[in-house]
Ligand binder design. Sequence first.
Ligand SMILES: Nc1ccn([C@@H]2O[C@H](COP(=O)(O)OP(=O)(O)OP(=O)(O)O)[C@@H](O)[C@H]2O)c(=O)n1
Ligand SMILES: C[C@](O)(CO)[C@H](O)COP(=O)(O)O
Length: 401
Amino acid sequence: MSQKHSNGIVIVAAGRGERAGSSHEGPKQYRRIGGKAVIAHSLEAFLSWPGTGPVVLVIHPDDEALLDVATASIAGRRDCIVVHGGATRQQSVLKGLEALAGRGVTHAWIQDAVRPFVDAALFDRIEASLADGASGVLPVMPVSDTLKRGSPDGVVVETVPRAGLFAAQTPQVFALDAILDAHRRAAASGIGDFTDDASIAEWAGIPVRLVEGTPDNIKLTVKRDIAMADEKLARAALPDVRTGNGYDVHQLEPGDGVTLCGIFIPHDQKLKGHSDADVALHALTDALLATCGAGDIGDHFPPSDMQWKGAPSRIFLEHAVRIVREHGGTIMNADISLIAEAPKVGPHRQAMREKLAEILGISLDRCSVKATTNEKIGFIGRREGIAAIATATVVYGRGGA
Ligand SMILES: Nc1ccn([C@@H]2O[C@H](COP(=O)(O)OP(=O)(O)OP(=O)(O)O)[C@@H](O)[C@H]2O)c(=O)n1
Ligand SMILES: C[C@](O)(CO)[C@H](O)COP(=O)(O)O
């Protein structure tokens, strides 16, 4: 059954974070991870989601200034309602729900400020469950460790079957009237040891539907959780730089010239191959494809396919450039080493670099061509073939490859 609803958000942030230990930044919800306070991550996740209505921030009376600093740059922060919490999470949630009442909200989304990795995909799953008529929704992750019950003196008492057991996350979402009533009744009855709102709903007889949580949506509880969250965000902010390499070799035979890096060089030999046998562009094509795991030149242009007979190798390279761009890549640099006894590459090097710059669509200083002989050793030294080694550097955008 589908029903119209409007969402009010309660973000509880009035705890003291004793298990995480103290810091000069204040309790854990004000600690900076990835350059931003934990509570700012959680708040931004909601404010950037279109389904969000009024937001209540439940804070400790001592933390007004910390909240202002932590959320100063967040658009929409000034529209949030700020109330003071209580001595327990349960009491803080009740204060937040009371602040939502009378604001035209049908459903309350109750969120721990200290779950900074909550995401819009989870909101959408919850929303779908509400639209389907759920009166309460709880995001959960199945428990994956074997569970033991221990005695106070540290001895295993029993193994608890884990089938059907889940770890509860937030946001936990309920019809506002029902959960507010349940919280009020629990408080009036002096029951103050509920650690989450789904257990209050359970106590009050409100059916709660499970939806799949998000593995990353962890609660920052101890010091190590905060350090790991910070490292995770620091890693995510690093540019995604990838390097690919490629190698190719073609045999020489009597002829009138070779094409290397797209430049024809008159010579008394030619390179034998299905296409124009430009080893340099072939190696670079492989290097580019390697940066996004897109196979090699043979996968894209099988030698058995007659349409590539005598083809100019720039079309292979252009294809690789397209694939890199489709994966969100920006080519930063291409470097080719040619290994040939002859012809001399030096006089053509500038033209080769210009050709690479044109095909790759990057500046000349990002294109390098080098050459070396093989000191008359081996098949290259005997002028039986020419080889090329290429390296490409590509930066991929987040959400790209
Ligand atoms: N009196 C309280 C206690 C907790 N919370 C909030 O409830 C969430 C989850 O609680 P928890 O991780 O237990 O936080 P703390 O109570 O701060 O941690 P600790 O138990 O280690 O002191 C946190 O966002 C916390 O700020 C709250 O609003 N009011
Ligand atoms: C609400 C909660 O995050 C769900 O897992 C959890 O119960 C909070 O527990 P805590 O005792 O306040 O850490």
